[in-house]
Ligand binder design. Structure first.
Ligand code: CXF
Ligand code: ZN
Length: 366
């Protein structure tokens, strides 16, 4: 079958909309007609050559759609099912999968980086040559062929653009607060960065009963938005945020601080804003090979905890439906997260907009 896809042929060049061949699903795989795909900064890291994916590649790792066909042996899905895509397919059997850490699956981690399927081949070809996919998805395309467990069934009464966001920004942000950091009622939270992920951390912290919830950003237009998403306080990001957070938390610093941007210097500031014995959760992705300077001398003496959070520590099969139910009952504001919609042909425009510091999330709708 042929389909249209946005292909990155060279690093630091625009996506090119081309027609490619996509194979039917093999055993254990499903083919999904993509309905919506989110514009996330991580795709841009691929464009910039910072993510070490092979070319040519179809990016896109935040999506939702409708199952079109299923391969042999697929039991959990059938054509017509609505699904949110998971960018962490997992084997279900390895050391990490057995310990409820599918985000660290040791079978799929190298597969997802390879841009190919687990058998080393691609389901997508252009003029007979394989095209790679990002993190096992590649949803800047009309269809994806993916392992059964990367397509998580969801209820049909939610818009698929909202369902797409659950596959990256929502899981990464809400999950970081709810699962990785396990924020408790009454704890103080500070979130550095109020973009797509940061706003989800704010919502997750509010759901956990945190108070105060302080959002910090360099863009003053985000202050009001962060309050709409539940922040009790907002701070313009300058040299005084640590003092201001301390002033709001009995002079100690916040119980939980989150860094959602992925900047080394901001991770260091976020560490300073964490109270002794408190937890700093690192959510934003800094480039591989970069170095953050976190002082061992202080960590030991203050018992500060520093945690990484990847994909919000979620279990996609369990948590995607949970987040979607929370949206349906009005406890997650996901319609408001969609700040712009684009066609696939407008993808370069969508990324240009994101780079201007666009609030929340752009979404490609098919
Ligand atoms: C990323 C994580 C690294 C690979 C691509 C997806 N997550 C969210 O943006
Ligand atoms: Zn993402």
């Amino acid at each position: 079958m042929q389909m249209r896809a946005a292909i990155l042929n060279e690093f630091n060049t625009p996506f090119s909309i081309e027609t490619v061949d996509i194979a039917p699903p093999q055993a254990g795989e499903v083919r999904v007609k993509v309905a919506a795909a989110g514009i996330c900064h991580s795709d841009w890291h691929v464009v910039e050559g910072l993510s070490y994916f092979p070319l040519p590649i179809i990016c896109g790792h935040e999506g939702a759609g409708v199952v079109e066909s299923v391969g042999a042996g697929v039991s959990s899905l059938q054509p017509g099912d609505h699904v949110t895509l998971s960018f962490r397919a997992n084997c279900g059997k390895c050391y990490y999968c057995q310990r409820d850490k599918p985000n660290l699956c040791e079978v799929y981690t190298p597969v997802l980086r390879s841009g190919l399927m687990a058998d080393g081949s691609s389901r997508i070809h252009r003029d007979g040559e394989p095209v790679h996919i990002m993190t096992g998805l590649g949803c800047f395309a009309e269809y994806v062929v993916i392992p059964e467990n990367a397509a998580v069934p969801i209820r049909k009464d939610v818009p698929l653009n909202v369902a797409a966001l659950v596959g990256c920004a929502v899981s990464t942000g809400v999950g970081a607060a709810m699962y990785t950091a396990d924020v408790r009622p009454g704890e103080s939270v500070a979130v550095y960065g109020a973009g797509g992920v940061g706003l989800n951390i704010v919502m997750g912290a509010v759901l956990c009963g945190a108070d105060p919830v302080i959002a910090i950003d360099t863009n003053s237009s985000k202050m009001e938005i962060a309050r709409e998403f539940g922040a009790s306080h907002t701070l313009y990001s300058d040299d005084s945020t640590v003092e201001k957070i301390q002033a709001l938390t009995g002079g100690r610093g916040a119980d939980h601080v989150f860094e959602s941007v992925g900047l080394e210097a901001l991770q260091e500031t976020a560490f300073d804003a964490t109270r002794p014995g408190g937890t700093l959760t690192l959510v934003g992705l800094t480039p591989v090979g970069s170095g953050t300077n976190l002082p061992g001398a202080i960590i030991t003496r203050t018992e500060k905890v520093i945690r990484g959070s990847f994909y919000g520590s979620v279990l996609p099969q369990r948590d995607f439906p949970v987040f979607i139910d929370l949206y349906r009952s009005g406890k997650l504001r996901l319609d408001e997260l969609v700040s712009g919609t684009y066609t696939l042909e407008q993808i370069n425009e969508a990324y240009a907009k994101m780079l201007t510091g666009e609030v929340a999330r752009g979404v490609i709708e098919f």
